[in-house]
Every structure is written in structure tokens, then in C-alpha cells.
Unconditional design. Structure first.
Length: 194
């Protein structure tokens, strides 16, 4: 469409695939429930960057290196997103404030579960027809995943707006009734303190 040379588009594709795991792990830190889990995800980022560097040194900057990198990438992201998916879906059944994160975690998990199938057909099977079908599935699941992610972000945004309104109301009550009467409330609501 834009007439981009094949060498540039292929290089951009390689860079995109190399950055996939570190960026997705960085995004998955948003779902972390403890400092220990955040630390473990950060460690995974560093280890995976080291793995990618070793693969790039051994195989060079080419499709063969991407084949080696994408397998563990997809497995790692699918496993971590599956644990977050289970956690937030369980929480959202009893507490609707986890619904946004549940939808976002399900978006990541479903997309990477299907990306694993796409990886098999695109990189491991030698049939050209499978590769064309795998590309189509990849683009379709990317669209579905983006829609699910947008819905999850909208739900989370609504929740944050409600929390902001609650914080504003609390400040107004503090100015009307004074600090002494709302001091006990401040101690109980750590996430609302200014």
C-alpha cells in the first residue's frame, strides 16, 4: 500500500517479535498482586532479554532466530496470563471491581493461546497454505483481542473515575465537617489517602 521496501518491513517485523515478550511482561506487571510477583516478572524480563541476546548472537538477526525466540515467548506469556486470568475471573464472580482486569487478562490469555497454534502452523509446518491461513487467524485474533482489551480498559477507567469521585467527596466532607470527624475514615481507606 505504501510501497515500503521488503527489507525494511522484514526488519520491523523482526524487531516487533523480539520486543514482544519483554513488553508483554511489562504490561502483565499491571496485574501483579504483590511486590514479590512484580519482582519475579521483572526477573523474567531480564532473563528473557538475555535469552534473546544469546539467540541473536548465535543465529543472527533473521527469521530463524525469531522461530527460536517466539516459542518460549508465547509459552511464557500464555502461562503468566493464564494465572492472572484465573485469579481475576474468580475475583470478578464475587466482586465486580475485578471485572476490568478479568477482561484484559482473558484478552491476553486467549490471544496467546491461539498465537501458539498460529506459531505451529506458520513457523513449524512447511505448507504454504497453512501459513496463509495462520496469518489470517493471527490478524483476526489480534482484532478480537484488541476489542476485548478496549472493553477491559473502559471498565477499569469507569472504576477509577468512581474512585476519583469518592476521593473528591471525601475531601469536600473534610472541609465541611473538619479533619477530626473524618480521621477514622482516612485510616481505614488507605487507597484514598491524598
Amino acid at each position: 500500500m505504501f510501497g515500503i521496501p521488503k527489507s525494511i518491513s522484514q526488519s520491523m517485523s523482526l524487531v516487533d517479535n523480539i520486543l514482544d515478550a519483554p513488553l508483554m511482561l511489562l504490561f502483565l506487571m499491571f496485574f501483579s498482586t504483590s511486590p514479590l510477583m512484580t519482582k519475579r516478572i521483572k526477573t523474567c524480563i531480564y532473563v528473557f532479554l538475555g535469552f534473546e541476546a544469546i539467540v541473536l548472537v548465535v543465529f543472527g538477526f533473521n527469521v530463524r532466530a525469531i522461530k527460536v525466540i517466539l516459542g518460549p515467548d508465547i509459552i511464557l506469556i500464555a502461562l503468566i496470563s493464564f494465572s492472572f486470568f484465573l485469579r481475576y475471573v474468580r475475583l470478578s464472580v464475587s466482586n465486580t471491581k475485578s471485572l476490568g482486569k478479568a477482561v484484559m487478562a482473558s484478552s491476553v490469555f486467549i490471544s496467546y493461546a491461539i498465537f501458539s497454534i498460529v506459531y505451529i502452523f506458520y513457523y513449524l509446518m512447511k505448507n504454504e497454505q497453512y501459513q496463509g491461513d495462520a496469518e489470517l487467524i493471527y490478524y483476526l485474533i489480534s482484532i478480537v483481542s484488541a476489542i476485548l482489551m478496549a472493553i477491559g480498559i473502559l471498565i477499569e477507567n469507569k472504576r477509577f473515575k468512581k474512585l476519583g469521585e469518592l476521593k473528591h467527596t471525601r475531601k469536600e466532607l473534610a472541609t465541611i465537617y473538619g479533619e477530626k470527624k473524618v480521621a477514622a475514615f482516612k485510616k481505614d481507606s488507605r487507597f484514598l489517602n491524598s
